[in-house]
Write a protein that binds this ligand. Sequence first.
Ligand SMILES: *Cc1c(COP(=O)(O)O)cnc(C)c1O
Length: 428
Amino acid sequence: MKVVDETLLDRARDHAVRFLSRLPDRRVGVTATRDELLAALRVPLTAPGEPASDVIDALATGAEPGIMACAGPRYFGFVIGGSLPVREWLLDLFDLPRSSGLGFATGCQMANYTALAAARHGVLRRVGWNVEEEGLQGAPRVNIVAGAEAHVTIYGALRYLGFGTRGVQRVEADEQGRMRPEKLKELMQHLNGPTIICAQAGNVNSGAVDPMREIAGIAHKHDAWLHVDGAFGLWGRASAQHRTLLDGVELADSWATDAHKWLNVPYDCGIVIVRDAAAHRASMTTTAEYLEQTDGKERDEFDWAPEFSRRGRGFTVYAALRHLGRNGIEALIDRNCAQARQFAEILGRDPRVKILNDVVLNQVLVRFGDDDATTRTVISNVQKEGTCWLAGTTWHGVAAMRISVSNWSTSSEDVERSAAAILRCIPA
Ligand SMILES: *Cc1c(COP(=O)(O)O)cnc(C)c1O
């Protein structure tokens, strides 16, 4: 695939030069109203997508009247921004409740943090405790439940939120790393009071997705808040072929994902989605400590994510989604998943290789020979050899090579070349 398109970069550069050279003389304030801007930029997300050059032009000319000249010499104010069309497109693409709150954060770490802050607000409000005002000191105890293989960033978020990590009740996982629903059911019978359950769509090693429909049924029965960490896995919802794997994800209360992983936009771009938009906003807003009503019209980004000052993250997502269209996004997901299977197929044919996981998404776990040392040697040899790069992990007690396929420009020839290099790196 063509990775560098110079005409596109020139085009973006030309827009930037034009904008910057006008800055000293340009009207500092915006010239378009919010509705006028939305009218220019709020187009339907098409199936076939649009040429990248058209999207760059549309974004540059459509957004220009709404850009405050804050990089100019006579700007003495502050910066805010909006991202309504992107919010609608994403909720549609993931098929999540359209009235959800959505915010952009630096990554999935902070998206998990934001979602769990909304969860903390939601479950404590139900028992009459205003956590934003009163804090956690003296608050009713909140039960935190997580799958045994929850991502480390869930624990980071729990620390920042004052829950700590020691009290987390871990639910046993199966051989693919999925939370066992029967174990969750058992645990929930012994828990009383406000409860938050952290599930996962896309195990960082195996790509496995927790059995979400069953988990959601148990969570709802106990009036618990169900959060889903779907850093890369949530994107499977955009593919007809992979949607069944993520069945029931829509029943959760909050979701965290990344655009800088599978959508291939630059760092840093995480996304948080919360079914109860009022809880989302109440947990993040700094303007009105306890606003339960969001009119859904005027939108300040800092009401939906932890940062106060921030760069405009939504626009890269806007450009990528509009260019790819639904079909382009689906093709990206399906292609990378097929390439993961291709890796497993080529490598698995070699008698010295064992594929450790069911390749259900874009992740492949590979073991070489009979001991950890051989696997570690192969990984180190591959990193030195240079054809491709991948890292090691520990999977259920044994060393493994972890292959994550998520780049838009990876071709099946790249997979063939890389797999051949990996096999060449097995010590004799
Ligand atoms: C990558 C990842 C995260 C953390 O995302 P960042 O964008 O690095 O903050 C969280 N959960 C899972 C499952 C991940 O794969």
